[in-house]
Design a protein around this ligand. Sequence first.
Ligand SMILES: [Zn+2]
Length: 357
Amino acid sequence: MSEAAAPAAVWNTVDEAGIKLLRIPTPFQVGRVNCYLLEDEPLTLIDAGPNSGKALDELEHQLEALGRRIEDIEQVVITHQHIDHLGLVDIVAKRSGAEVAAIDILAPYVANFGDDAERDDDEAGELMRRHGISQDVVAALRQVSGSFRAWGSKATVTKPLRDGETLTLRDRDLEVQLRPGHSPSDTLFWDAERKILIAADHLIAHISSNPLLSRPLDGSERRQALVEYIESLQKTRLLPAEVVLSGHGEPITGHADLIEKRFAMHQRRAEKLYGLIAEEPRTGHGLAQALWGDIAVTQAFLTLSEVIGHVDLLVNSGHVRETETDDGVVHFEATTNAAAEDLGDLMPGGNPVPRKG
Ligand SMILES: [Zn+2]
């Protein structure tokens, strides 16, 4: 989908709400990250960008264009745990003395950012091996993930937020909504009065947020990231939002339609994977290769996340099961002879929207 510019009227609504967009460069494929300055009391910055000199320069210049300096920031809010959003939080907080607000479960993760890296990489490596990715690729990815980590940073959350609580500023109330999926700590900020939802990477107009396999913040079993994500989207779909502000790209109007499109896409992708599994039992990586052909080393984990997320839907609905070979590699196999188009609705909890065509 191309990135169509939002109409001027949408930007007017955002502007009238005292929300200014700062587009901060990242070294990642996703491009710039959207940070938002809430001209309110306290003066609040939502996300800060990755930890790089270039990002910091741009943050300073874009604030300057609004007549502000980093030192003026009184509160920084973190939307989720990804480094393109939180890398500069510590520098901004130290220079300004700002409070740092984030969902409570994220506080220990950012306080110890990087300390668990070794363990994270071990677990990701084990997961990739179990799903058929070779040892060479696992080792190469480990180097990539090590070099990415420098764009993150530790930070101290001084104002932990609870799911459902209200973050009150002089001119607005923001309801804090934990909506995991894209990452375990995705947090939305809902201005019910203005019907504006600050959603970060939970919903992006031009790309479907890839729910990454990741270690749960509480150290429990692997989460079903896509299942969790779809459940979160089902809640967001019901909000009467007029504008959704994303972590990348343009503001979204008509978010309910966009979410329906995402559900239809996930359904189709799961059906396609089922078709491949019904042909012959395959590993997660084998499925990724069957879908996308040769996969670049750097994409191996992303594509595996995408596949496993959808296979979870098939396993939960009883159409597919896991078998493990002696070498500990998981294969997925079909449990019935059903045709892919006869699987029925695979969205967890049922998709409230009837399927079209
Ligand atoms: Zn992001």
